[in-house]
Design a protein around this ligand. Structure first.
Ligand SMILES: Nc1nc2c(ncn2[C@@H]2O[C@H](COP(=O)(O)OP(=O)(O)O)[C@@H](O)[C@H]2O)c(=O)[nH]1
Ligand SMILES: [Mg+2]
Length: 391
């Protein structure tokens, strides 16, 4: 499963985001280190279900809204110096190891400092936190490379030494594949003898690896109290920025859970369908205003942007029966897989099961009812029958 990590300084709203997005009970408080262990949960990206192109809904979506699971990790707050063990330091950086992308939750209100302590709203520059979080991640990676450099030097004495291989060994643990290392090394200039590498060379390598293997989107949280100028400054960083209110989304999900409103995460409106007090209604109206202004609460949009834009994935639906779009038991569109754009039917087969991949014979586009070539690039919403010697 794809894994997204919520990183950021303390009190930015990570746990609120996490709770809203997973609706699991974790600590949410105005206290710097509420999250002592990383919380892992399941959240969902939202997409259009292919059953909308048929007469009947499939039963695995909500009125044509399909939710596809991703792992979400709530990482405890990072403070400047975390890579050297400050705050809750390194152990938490290590929890980012499996992340395919990082959602940096930023307090766009400027109402907390770099340590997460409350200050007057508007007095802390959120761009500072964007920079230090990125820097901490990169220095943490550089630390891993530094600590293992001796072994690279040792290997370099062997006649069949290959820097790509040595670095792959060193960095597979943080989610960098051989291909990533090869691409990154091609972009950089460095001494051919590992003994001549400087700390700066290793930091430059770490920064490039981070950009490639742990891309970041910014969530500009607390828009309900954020000065407009802060949102503009965040946008000027040139990074993807999603304005958000984690508190607002949590309130909506809880109200929906309690049957008070009808709301699907990511909707741009909701309807009050149950009994509400005057105060509750006022609160809900305020959230609706924010939704109108920012096109949603930003939570679903952040998850979707991370998976579909930043990681450039598509949703593909394997079926066994190409006319009915069912599995062997008659379940319509039972599974949805998130695959990198450019994936082929064979890649889908391997995602379903390695045996299905090994036994791959051919595939059928279940919309067009046509065989598709082995190297055909799949698209968002494709429904595909895999024919394999494995069952
Ligand atoms: N005004 C405002 N406060 C928020 C929002 N989201 C979270 N908070 C508050 O920010 C504080 C810290 O939230 P928490 O999720 O514990 O932050 P974490 O330390 O990053 O996990 C809590 O008091 C939340 O209620 C929001 O959208 N607007
Ligand atoms: Mg927290």
């Amino acid at each position: 499963m794809l894994s997204l990590a919520l990183a950021g300084k303390p009190n930015a709203g990570k746990s609120t985001f996490y709770t809203a997005a997973t609706l699991a009970d974790v600590d949410v408080a105005n206290y710097p280190f509420t999250t002592i262990d990383a919380n892992r949960g399941v959240s969902y990206v939202r997409t259009r279900c292919p059953c909308l192109d048929r007469d009947e809904r499939c039963g695995n979506c909500e009125d044509g809204i399909r939710y596809v699971p991703v792992e979400l990790v709530d990482v405890a707050g990072l403070v400047p110096g975390a890579h050297e063990g400050r705050g809750l330091g390194n152990q938490f950086l290590d929890e980012l190891t499996n992340a395919d992308a990082i959602i940096n939750v930023v307090d766009a209100s400027g109402g907390t400092n770099a340590e997460g302590d409350p200050v007057e709203v508007g007095s802390f520059d959120p761009v500072e936190e964007v920079d230090f979080i990125e820097d901490e991640l990169e220095r943490w990676l550089a630390g891993i490379i530094d600590r293992n450099w001796e072994s690279v030097i040792r290997k370099s004495r062997s006649p069949d030494f290959d820097l790509d291989d040595a670095l792959s060994d060193l960095l597979t643990g943080v989610g960098a594949r051989e291909h990533d290392i090869a691409v990154v090394l091609r972009q950089l200039e460095y001494p051919s003898n590992p003994q001549e590498w400087t700390d700066d060379d290793r930091l430059t390598l770490a920064r490039a690896i981070r950009r490639r293997t742990k891309p970041i989107i910014l969530v500009a949280n607390k828009v309900d109290i954020a000065p407009e100028s802060n949102l503009e400054r965040l946008a000027e960083t040139g990074k993807p920025v999603i304005p958000a209110t984690a508190d607002g989304e949590l309130a909506l999900r809880r109200a929906a859970d309690a049957g008070v409103i009808s709301y699907h995460s990511g909707d741009d409106e909701f309807e009050i369908v149950g009994e509400v007090s005057g105060a509750q209604e006022k609160g809900l109206r305020r959230i609706q205003q924010l939704i109108d202004e920012y096109e949603g609460t930003g939570i679903q949009s952040a998850l979707n942007t991370a998976v579909y834009d930043l990681l450039d994935h598509i949703t593909v639906y394997p079926v066994q029966n190409e006319s009915k779009w069912t599995d062997g038991t008659g379940n319509v569109l039972p599974d949805a897989f998130l695959l990198p754009r450019g994936s082929t039917p064979r890649d889908l087969a391997y995602a379903v099961h390695s045996d299905i991949g090994d036994g791959y014979l051919h595939a059928v586009d279940a919309r067009a009812k046509r065989r598709i070539a082995e190297d055909h690039e799949l698209s968002e919403g494709d429904v595909v029958k895999i024919v394999s010697t494995a069952k």
